[in-house]
Design a protein around this ligand. Structure first.
Ligand code: NAD
Length: 360
């Protein structure tokens, strides 16, 4: 099998689909990497060559499988051909047109978002690996913007009280934000609508914020979307509690749906000057009413950050983790480089979003 790894074409995408260390371990697979593909993530062409990769200018034409991070642009998609495999974040729940185009071209496409969240597929779970990066970076961004220390400090000039941080939505990203803020010495509280999360928050040394609201978990382990009445109650409860915190990091999401609105404008207006909100849900509309995706908004003296694609800002490790996820999937689909697609297998069938009729 021959796999092609293109240089990512998106302007804000610094990650790369395969890193040298992972390429070297792909037995029975020839890895062709576009020259300069790993440069922005800190992996130069020499490292790929040393790992046994071919460095080429066209990775598309001869590849049996193309490995990418972001979904292909229109120009890239046009280079894919009938029967070729594609593995990337393809946004299957929101980019219907893109998926239909791949189907028309006869591409056998696997969406990294669709990896089942089961124990067996854990090594392939790129949503989790990249959410870990986002959660870490959100806490670091907050620490950088806050005009206060995170830790308590005892100095000759007296004692400094620690910062108080609230993390809303304690899935993979939220738990990592909690852990990172704790490592920096802040006093952290967390909240999530899934009841199982309380213990996870507490096990990280944070307090679970009781808003008097308990949601449900769907079969896939995700949150059910709150009803309008529950949403209203959540916003009111948060408006009451948010002024107690210096930083609010929000990560609440429901797959395939716009981000739930948690923080109304009125709550932001009640925060202390210098407070910071980092809204990780900016990509899907934001958890805060005032968030503008990709921008920092200042309201009163409160900063609201709406960063996009945070994993790309930690491109070295985000790529390393992503490449391990992709390689685990590739080895699952093609053990020792021999393609063996088993459509009765829940990982293969669950992750595939387009396939040729003949394969069905
Ligand atoms: P996600 O990104 O879809 O959502 C982030 C968090 O937002 C979730 O914890 C969700 O409960 C929460 N949320 C949704 N609406 C909310 C609201 N109105 N207020 C507050 N919080 C709200 O979730 P995720 O981080 O991708 O993970 C979701 C689940 O998947 C978790 O149960 C996680 O443990 C599970 N998971 C399992 C595996 C595995 O078994 N291999 C791997 C990764 C994640």
């Amino acid at each position: 099998m021959r796999v092609g790894v293109p240089r990512e074409s998106g302007p804000d995408e610094s990650r790369v689909g395969i890193v040298p260390e992972v390429a070297a371990r792909l037995d029975g697979i020839t890895v062709a990497v576009e020259r300069g593909a790993g440069e922005e993530a800190g992996f130069d062409d020499g490292a790929y060559a040393e790992a046994g990769c071919e460095l080429v200018s066209d990775v598309w034409t001869d590849a049996d499988a193309v490995l990418k991070v972001a979904k292909p642009s229109a120009a890239e998609a046009a280079r894919l051909h009938d029967g070729q495999l594609l593995i990337a974040f393809l946004q299957p729940l929101t980019d219907r047109d893109g998926i239909e185009r791949l189907a028309r071209q006869g591409v056998v496409a696997f969406a990294m978002e669709s990896i089942p969240r089961t124990t067996r597929a854990q090594a392939m779970d790129a949503l989790s690996s990249q959410a870990t990066v986002s959660g870490y970076k959100a806490a670091v961004l907050a620490a950088e913007r806050l005009p206060r220390f995170f830790p308590m400090l005892t100095t000759a000039a007296g004692t400094i009280a620690p910062a108080r941080i609230l993390v809303l939505g304690a899935g993979v990203a939220g738990l990592q934000a909690i852990a990172t803020a704790r490592r920096l010495g802040a006093v952290v509280s967390g909240f999530d609508v899934r009841p199982a999360v309380r213990e996870q928050v507490q096990s990280l040394g944070a307090t679970f914020l009781d808003l008097g609201l308990v949601g449900e978990e769907t079969e896939g382990g995700y949150a059910r979307e709150l009803t309008p009445d529950e949403q209203q109650r959540q916003q009111e409860a948060l408006e009451e509690r948010i002024p107690d915190f210096d930083v609010v990091i929000t990560t609440a999401a429901v797959p395939g749906r716009p981000a739930p609105r948690l923080i109304p404008k009125a709550a932001v207006e009640r925060m202390r000057p210098g407070s910071v909100i980092v809204d990780l849900a900016a990509e899907t509309g934001g958890n805060c009413e005032l968030t503008r995706p990709g921008e920092t908004v200042v309201v009163g003296r409160v900063e609201i950050l709406g960063p996009l694609n945070l994993p790309s800002t930690v491109a070295f490790h985000a790529s390393q983790l992503y490449a391990r996820n992709v390689a685990a999937l590739l080895v699952h689909l093609a053990p020792n480089g021999e393609l063996a697609l088993d459509w009765d297998d829940e990982i293969t069938a669950g992750t595939c979003v387009t396939r040729k009729e003949a394969m069905a």
